[in-house]
Design a protein around this ligand. Structure first.
Ligand code: PL3
Ligand code: FE2
Ligand code: FE2
Length: 251
């Protein structure tokens, strides 16, 4: 047992070393210039989207808690993390001397926000969880993974901390839907059909600004699909059902 642990630790150290070396090489070659007007202009919208997204995520977990009162404590914990994320990304913008375009960001989320509010009013917990804990979290995870590779050192450190939390959020939704799959499958499919196309649209909308930050659209889509499909598989859907759900993105 002891030896096994030691070997694992050594391997981890080894692979960390390799990663550090690789990303150091990559960094010097590929990092964008964070001080240009075009970088700051694109950042003012992307940063705002992330700040607004974290705030809405907070509000959504608080709202979801009203639908599962005995999970209030856990959901409040998740919500608090979102405010911490918001503060972190606000600091990233300040560090680059960028003012976030919050009007743009509110509009960016408005359709999805509206669908969440309607589901909440109707008490459609499955739809609320799909929108926040699966779709939005998978979107955030994909964006943060890609951003970490090309971020300034300050933002990189913050985003690395944030992305770990986002997996906890994705997991929360995943576990609830897994436990209740027999009764929520139909609503899950229907809510996905309506809301996955919105995520695809949002990705299309952000792609140009993201590319100024050296974030590649194909890479974003790839990372999203990995997080999304992994989660659906964990929830207990089969390959055909997952394929059918993912197809809703092609519209
Ligand atoms: C949930 O915890 C957070 C929801 C935030 C959604 C963010 C979507 C981000 C799309 C833009 C990608 C840029 C990432 C760069 C970070 C400064
Ligand atoms: Fe978050
Ligand atoms: Fe989150």
């Amino acid at each position: 047992m002891h030896n096994e642990l030691k070997i694992t630790a050594m391997q981890t150290l080894e692979s960390n070393k390799n990663n550090t070396k690789e990303s150091a090489d990559e960094n010097s070659l590929n990092l964008p210039d964070f001080t240009t007007d075009s970088y700051k202009d694109a950042y003012s919208r992307i940063n705002a989207i992330v700040i607004e997204g974290e705030q809405e995520a907070h509000d959504n977990y608080i709202s979801i808690a009203t639908l599962i009162p005995n999970e209030q404590e856990e959901l409040t914990k998740l919500a608090k993390m979102e405010l911490k994320h918001k503060r972190g990304f606000t600091a990233c913008g300040r560090n680059l001397g960028v003012e976030a375009d919050m009007v743009f960001a509110k509009k960016f989320f408005s359709k999805l926000h509206g669908n969440f509010q309607i589901a909440l009013e109707k008490g459609n917990l499955t739809t609320c969880l799909l929108i926040q804990a699966i779709l939005i979290e998978a979107f955030a995870i994909s964006a943060y993974h890609v951003y970490i590779r090309v971020a300034d050192p300050f933002a990189k450190k913050i985003t690395q901390g944030v992305v770990k939390d986002e997996y906890l959020h994705l997991n929360y939704g995943q576990e609830w839907l897994k436990e209740n799959l027999s009764t929520c499958k139909e609503e899950l499919m229907e809510a996905n059909k309506v809301n996955l196309p919105l995520i695809k649209k949002m990705l299309d909308e952000v792609a140009e600004d993201a590319s100024v930050l050296a974030m590649d659209k194909e890479e974003l889509m790839e990372e999203f699909m990995i997080a999304y499909q992994d989660t659906l598989l964990e929830i207990g859907l089969d390959n055909r059902e997952i394929a059918r759900m993912a197809m809703a993105a092609i519209v």
